[in-house]
Write a protein that binds this ligand. Structure first.
Ligand code: 5GP
Length: 204
């Protein structure tokens, strides 16, 4: 039987830098497949449909919820975001490692459905850094900035539901840690170990 791939969930408060770390990871390791989320938010400058996100209308998104098309979905800062289910299942079943970069509500839903996933929480070095990172994007109004910061305070409490945490001090160091976690997970003794032992015996 083919060994299933890992489902790696990278999550944390908005502005913690999870997107940047994930991009760096992918540039270092092209064996990891990134799930492209669907969203109802408008594309930002430079974002490409089908690559950055699948940009959908609210009606289309809600229809997909009705068709059970998402592994998880959440309303994040007044827009829907969701992980297309078939894509993830197809790749994991084929033995490929799939990365989800999603918010905390979504990660907790995935944990209920797929507890064997690898749940990683990205923390900013400090709340001050978090604030300046969100401000630096230039896409927030003072009101939405405050909303994101107050959510971050309550979201950090949820770290206890995760398997690992990474403090994003520098992108390079944080990505080193993410790679180390993935390497360790690939070597974990888990449900597939009987299969690995049997194959090892057959070959020797
Ligand atoms: P942004 O609008 O800045 O791209 O993303 C806002 C938040 O939505 C980020 O915290 C991001 O991780 C999260 N997000 C992106 N895709 C998904 C998804 O498929 N599901 C969930 N639950 N959150 C997502």
């Amino acid at each position: 039987m083919l060994q299933k791939g890992l489902l790696i969930i990278v999550s944390g408060p908005s502005g913690a830098g999870k997107g940047t770390i994930c991009k760096e990871l992918i540039s270092r390791d092209d064996s990891i497949i990134v799930s492209v989320s669907a969203t109802t938010r408008k594309p930002r400058t430079g974002e490409v449909d089908g690559i950055s996100y699948h940009f959908l209308t609210k009606d289309r998104f809600e229809a997909l919820i009705g068709e059970n098309g998402f592994l998880e979905h959440a309303c994040v800062y007044d827009n829907y975001y969701g992980t297309p289910k078939d894509f993830v299942i197809e790749h994991i079943t084929a033995g490929r490692n799939v990365l989800l970069e999603i918010d905390i509500q979504g990660a907790l839903q995935v944990k209920k459905k797929y507890p064997e996933g690898v749940f990683i929480f990205v923390l900013p070095p400090s709340m001050k850094t978090l604030k300046s990172r969100i401000e630096g994007r230039g896409s927030e109004t003072p009101e939405s900035l405050n909303k994101r910061l107050s959510s971050a305070y309550s979201e950090i409490e949820l770290i206890k539901n995760y398997d690992y945490f990474i403090v994003n001090d520098t992108v390079c160091h944080a990505t080193d840690l993410l790679q180390a976690i993935i390497t360790a997970e690939k070597c974990r003794v888990d449900a597939d170990i009987e299969d690995i032992v049997r194959k090892f015996k057959e070959e020797n």
